[in-house]
Design a protein around this ligand. Structure first.
Ligand code: NAD
Length: 721
């Protein structure tokens, strides 16, 4: 018995190692668990009374892989490549010892096996997996900027061939037990209650303690070697695909390709060394640290409502009111009904309200067709949505969210009518994307119970909700709003009131910078490709069209009206004016920065270069890329300085999950940390001088640069204080 693994030997001399981490709902590889496995492998190897061993789990899942907390702390923590290699290679040495110790090991996979969890089973000589289609087997390390560093890049291809293995490792997709059996990743499927017995039976009856790759004459299925035509073709295609998808921003898929390519021209021991070398390289790269922190650790904490004020009773929305059944209202109604709430969906006419509900019908139909939801469950979801035009129907609501037109007078009107119909309503929320919450709260008699809940479109697919605190919003209201966001299983960030809040304000700088470049005479295709190379999902002109040029124009005009002389014109304002004049309002209108020929592929509108001629000399794409990333990051830093954001963690999560800011950076604050505040400030000064004051670094960044501080260093210190 060790701290994390139970050890028993049966009458046949077969050891059973049951991984069961105390105080954890899921088994993960912690340093202690690694040590315990090592100790027990030695015991199996050295005790002549033990014939072989079965590894299984004492929890419903088998093993979820490395503990991301431990890994995240280690990633980027040192610049010592050889030290990092040693740490990585110890793990490979242990798995190698397991498969060459002379005793047979079998894995009894009773549930999900991911990453290092699956790798432990690959170092077993036989694998029995529970026959349950819900079980996922995967090597998903690429999703956090790493590669399978416990032998996965060497064993999986030797088991199932290079091409099959690359597909799973480069995308990090999971396979079902049936797929795993077909591919040869597992040897046998069995009912979950029998996996241990079947694994033991194999040890008793066959118990071959030598891996295929340690046998004489072994050949990798599907071919091996640098001169094999199939292999050459596979790597040529895979390299091109990786480059197309990552645009060179993600080092992990390339490292996986290299580890597999190089590792297969040598015996496995040398291959494992090669793998550890690439693993160490990735661990030293700031990308993996930033990705682990933002995409997993901080996202998970936000999902668990880490920022919910304490001491407020848990709030549960049973009946939700949604005002306005347009694009956003319809989406909010769907996700809320999906979470089990009754939804009163109100619009000015019954037709409009019904149309909002029809949106859910469409999504349910698709779900039923794809087998994602049963017809009964789908119908029950629809039955929970009640379209109406009567405010009296809102009486039972615990929360009302307004999503009517972006017009202050209309919003004030519906807020007053709601309060008149249901004076004791616990929380009123607005889904406005631009109007300051404190101003809207004036039409509600209890501004402390008024809050912003900013959803993203399409609501059913976008994971983020930006919660906006008005000047008077109470902590209790914030807690209740967060409980609702938790109910619909979205990720909340909390920001303070400001024009455009956090996400719209920073996202707007991406499109605006694209227009500024157009005004500078940069070729439109270079602008679009530079945006994508910066890691943004689409180019700035493309997304400007999708959001609608008209909407951007209206927001700008409202801002001008509100700010008066304080409005600072943007370098691309005249371009938007011209497109409005020409009726090129965006994608919905069928024309904008792009042309949208019926039945054909969209292309950049040639009029762009006719109206704004391209300069004779074009900047390198690296400069374009930098302008996009730095412009957004400097705005995010301003939001923190002004108190719109109170925490860089919210800033990073909001950027990636709200407007698709380059995930490989870990978000704008992680980007500044990776570059270093000092270098970032110097570069911003240069950009400001060359392109305009919008790049000027805020005082917060200058102070951080002077003191050698970083955002996450600061946050860690503040948390410790
Ligand atoms: P939309 O035009 O699709 O829908 C608005 C709906 O409100 C319409 O069905 C309209 O009939 C209804 N409506 C208008 N006046 C009303 C009234 N007095 N009473 C009841 N219903 C009324 O607009 P949308 O895109 O769904 O946007 C709604 C709100 O959400 C706006 O405040 C917008 O800024 C915000 N928002 C939009 C997006 C987006 O991507 N579209 C994203 C976040 C937030």
């Amino acid at each position: 018995m060790t701290e994390t693994i139970k050890f028993e030997v049966d009458a046949d001399g077969i050891a059973l190692l049951t991984i069961d981490l105390p105080d954890r709902s899921m088994n993960v590889i912690t340093p202690q668990m690694g040590k315990d496995l090592d100790t027990l492998v030695e015991r199996v190897a050295s005790d002549p009374a033990i014939k072989g061993a079965v590894i299984t789990s004492g929890k419903p899942a088998f093993l979820a892989g490395a503990d991301l907390g431990t890994l995240g702390a280690l990633a980027g923590s040192s610049s010592d490549a050889s030290g990092m290699f040693d740490t990585a290679f110890v793990r490979n040495g242990q798995r190698r010892r397991q498969e060459t110790c002379g005793k047979p090991f079998a894995a009894a996979i009773n549930g999900l096996a991911m990453g290092g969890g699956l790798e432990i089973t690959l170092a077993c000589h036989y694998r029995v997996c529970a026959d349950d289609p819900k079980i996922q087997l995967s090597l998903p390390e690429v999703k956090v900027g790493l590669l399978p560093g416990g032998g996965g890049t060497q064993r999986l291809p030797r088991l199932i061939g290079v091409q099959n293995a690359l597909q799973y490792m480069i995308k990090g997709d999971s396979m079902t037990p049936q797929q795993a059996l077909k591919l040869g990743v597992v040897n046998e499927l069995a009912p979950v209650a029998e996996v241990v017995a079947r694994a033991k039976a194999w040890i008793r009856e066959k118990g071959d303690p030598v891996q295929p790759w340690d046998k004489k004459g072994f050949k990798v299925p599907g071919g091996e070697g640098a001169y094999n035509p199939g292999i050459v073709q596979t790597f040529t295609a895979a390299t091109a695909m990786v480059q197309k998808e990552t645009l060179g921003n993600y080092p992990a898929p390339r490292a996986i390709l290299s580890a597999v390519y190089e590792g297969h021209q040598v015996p496995i021991d040398a291959g494992l060394r090669i793998e550890s070398r690439y693993f160490a390289q990735l661990m030293l790269d700031p990308t993996s640290k930033a990705m682990i922190r933002s995409l997993f650790m901080n996202k998970q904490a936000a999902d668990k409502l880490a920022r919910r004020p304490q001491g407020v009773d848990k709030f549960q929305v049973k009946t939700l009111g949604v005002l306005g059944a347009g694009m956003m209202g319809a989406g909010i109604a769907y996700v809320s009904a999906q979470a089990g709430m009754k939804v009163i969906l109100l619009d000015t006419t019954m037709d409009a309200a019904e149309k909002g509900k029809a949106y859910s019908q469409g999504l349910v139909d698709k779900g039923v067709q794809r087998g994602k939801v049963t017809a009964e469950k789908g119908q029950a979801l629809l039955d929970r949505i009640v379209p109406t035009t009567a405010y009296d129907d809102l009486k039972a609501c615990d929360l009302v969210i307004e999503a009517v037109f972006e017009n202050r007078e209309i919003k004030d009107d519906v807020t007053r009518k709601t309060e008149a119909a249901i004076p004791a309503l616990p929380v009123f929320a607005s889904n406005t994307s631009t109007l300051p919450i404190s101003g809207l709260a004036k039409s509600f008699s209890r501004p402390q119970d008024f809050i912003g809940l900013h959803f993203f479109s399409p609501v059913d697919r976008m994971p983020l909700v930006e919660i906006i605190m008005g000047k008077d919003t109470s902590q209790e209201t914030l807690a209740r709003a967060m409980d609702y966001v938790g109910q619909i299983r979205k990720t909340p960030i909390v920001v303070n009131d400001s024009r455009g809040f956090y996400t719209s304000r920073c996202f707007g700088t991406y499109v605006a910078e694209g227009l500024a470049m157009l005004a500078d005479g940069i070729v439109p295709a270079l602008i679009e490709n530079g945006g994508k190379q910066a890691g943004m999902p689409v180019g700035p002109l493309d997304v400007g069209d999708a959001v609608s040029i008209e909407l951007g124009y209206k927001v700008r005009e409202q801002t001008k009206k509100d700010l008066g002389d304080a409005y600072k014109p943007a370098p691309g304002d005249h371009i938007v004016d011209k497109l409005m004049e020409l009726g090129r309002l965006g994608k919905k209108a069928g024309k904008g920065y792009y042309e949208y020929p019926e039945g054909g592929k969209k292309y950049l509108w040639p009029g762009l270069t006719e109206n704004w001629p391209s300069a004779a000399e074009q900047p390198p794409v690296e400069e374009v890329r930098k302008r996009f990333l730095y412009r957004q990051a400097v705005e995010a830093a301003r939001c923190l300085e002004e108190g719109v954001l109170t925490d860089p963690v919210d800033g990073d999560i909001g950027a990636i999950f709200g407007w698709g800011f380059a995930p490989f950076t870990g978000g704008p604050f992680s980007l500044i940390d990776s570059v270093g505040a000092d270098a970032f400030v110097r570069e911003c000064d240069r950009l400001a001088q060359q392109y305009g004051a919008r790049f000027a670094p805020p005082k917060l960044l200058r102070d951080m640069a002077a003191k050698g501080e970083s955002f996450y260093g600061r946050t860690a210190r503040q948390a410790a204080e």
